[in-house]
Design a protein. Sequence first.
Length: 118
Amino acid sequence: VQLQASGGGLVQAGGSLRLSCAASRSIFSIVVMNWYRQAPGKQRELVATITSGRTTRYEDSVKGRFTISRDNAKNAVYLQMNSLKPEDTAVYFCNAEEYTDYGKYDYWGQGTQVTVSS
């Protein structure tokens, strides 16, 4: 599956952005969808996860500010980001984990830049 992330941009601290990740085919069978981010000079980190059963998990620094959701009918995953901070500045990537009889497959989008100014 191909993933296309969008919605990034420049926003002031305290502002909001909504990231979207569009999949090229149905995500109904994709068990786990994730958003990762990578800031300059840092390792990529997992920000938020949503399972096919709608269970969600968040990295501690974004809890209460970010919300991940998925719309299987639209083949899309979203990340609503509120109360943004300068330390949220990074390239954000969507990721899909698909489990089949042949093993696990990881798919990545191209990333979208989020810049939060102080």
